[in-house]
Design a protein around this ligand. Structure first.
Ligand code: XLS
Ligand code: NI
Ligand code: NI
Length: 436
């Protein structure tokens, strides 16, 4: 039984095509700066928004009425979801997918049962992946839905919850490795607090650090090659989350000296919730040497929560992809669609339209960003802004070859008086528009 109305994979037909369900810009085999679009963009379909979310909001329930949400046999529902995930990947021509353990299999009545369920479904996924030439971008453990996590996962005041999380993550890492997952993600939605009145922040941070160290040790123990990716988010569901943004995560990672093993999964919606732009977060992660992957979506600029809409804003994509190209492109990372159709988009095909539209927007962003790279005007302007740092004297200053006193003496003896130079913001902005 097919879930969608079409059976043949959606094709690239070019910008002039009037087909509703075709790629107009995303042409997987088209070469851009020496790589194909598919190699650049590395799209992944996520399990949770695509197959698990039933369309509810705080004021209303299930609008999608998908059969498997009402299936009393949890393992049967899990097999249905697996079938539909691979149907989706095939129709879209997408190579990767992502999941939480709880997305792919039912919890059962104990961790033992949950692990067995996850393992059984992973076996099914494994054979579907081999048959369809599909790959796992990353796996992750859901440590936020069950009520046991209401006061936190690894940062819960109760050490039994910490230990339970260790056991759950161990199993999810094993499964991710068995499926050839390219990364392992940790998003700490409950790692934070609701009120300081009942919270010992120092203790909770110590717990978070211990947990991350345990995970990295285990990654080495099992020979998991990919990085651990932390996904920063400032709030929601918790009022204040410890993995607030890229800068905050860097301080956690670098305090443990784990910059080689732990990178970041940057999400657009989380970036804007933290008061940043998406491109800021990508650029900063890259500058700090911890850029890993992205969750591609779009937050609403008026709402203060994670609306997880499909990314459609082409100039915004261009700026984000420009930063990714500057960073050298993805290695193990990719673009995971952490995005859901709106709850009024109740037709199965809406899921296809959403992905196709967003993949086209990303492809256009890529083409624009590649023009910016190849033209090189922006990069040249920026490097000329910093050109004075290339003199021997200034290089030495940056390298720490002079102390504060020596610098002060040099300024006074040479009579150095800085001459302000225009930042030319409007010129830069116009230059950006010329590529779009
Ligand atoms: C929630 C997060 C979540 C992670 C995976 O806001 O984006 O979906 O990507 O746990
Ligand atoms: Ni996400
Ligand atoms: Ni999110």
């Amino acid at each position: 039984m097919n879930f969608y109305s079409i059976k043949e994979p959606i094709r690239y037909e070019g910008p002039k095509s009037e087909s509703e369900l075709a790629f107009h810009w995303y042409n997987p085999t088209q070469k851009v700066m020496g790589k194909t679009m598919a190699e650049h963009l590395r799209f992944a379909v996520c399990y949770w928004h695509t197959l698990c979310w039933p369309g509810l909001d705080p004021f209303g329930g299930d609008t999608f009425l998908r059969a498997w949400h009402h299936d009393s046999d949890g393992m049967h529902a899990a097999r249905t979801k697996a079938d539909i995930m691979f149907e989706t990947l095939d129709l879209l021509g997408v190579e990767f997918f992502t999941f939480h353990d709880l997305d792919i299999a039912p919890e059962g009545n104990s961790l033992k049962e949950f692990n067995a369920n996850v393992t059984a479904i992973a076996k099914i996924l494994e054979s579907k992946m081999a048959k369809g030439k599909k790959k796992l971008l990353w796996g992750t453990a859901n440590m936020f839905s069950n009520r046991r996590f209401m006061a936190g996962a690894a940062t819960n005041p109760d050490p039994d919850v910490f230990a339970y999380c260790a056991a759950q993550v161990k199993h999810c890492m094993d499964v991710t490795k068995d499926l050839g997952g390219e990364n392992y993600v940790m998003w700490g939605g409950r790692e934070g607090y609701e009120t300081l009145l009942n919270t010992n922040i120092g203790h909770e941070i110590e717990q978070a650090k211990r947990f991350l160290s345990l995970v990295v040790d285990y990654k080495h123990k099992i020979g998991f090659k990919g990085p651990i990716l932390i996904e920063p988010k400032p709030q929601e569901p918790t009022k204040h989350q410890y993995d607030y943004d890229v800068a905050t995560c860097y301080s956690l990672i670098s305090s443990l000296g784990l910059e080689k093993d732990v990178k970041l999964n940057v999400e657009q919606n989380h970036a804007i919730l933290a008061g940043h732009t998406f491109e800021h977060e990508i650029a900063l992660a890259s500058a700090l040497g911890i850029f890993g992957s992205i969750d591609i979506n779009r937050g609403d600029y008026q709402s203060g929560w994670d609306t997880d809409q499909f990314a459609m804003n082409i100039p915004e994509m261009a700026l984000a992809i420009y930063e990714i190209l500057k960073a050298g492109g993805f290695t193990t990372g990719g673009m995971n669609f952490d995005a859901k159709v709106r709850r009024q988009s109740i037709d199965p095909d809406d899921i296809l339209h959403a992905h196709v539209a967003s993949m086209d927007a990303c492809a256009r962003g890529l083409l624009i960003a590649a023009k910016m790279m190849e033209d090189g005007k922006l990069a040249k302007l920026v490097s000329s802004r910093y050109a004075k740092w290339n003199t021997a004297e200034n290089k030495a200053m940056l390298a720490g070859k002079e102390n504060l006193e020596q610098i002060a003496a040099r300024v006074l003896s040479k009579g150095i008086e800085p001459q302000p130079v225009s930042g030319r913001q409007e010129y830069y902005e116009n230059l950006l528009n010329s590529y779009i």
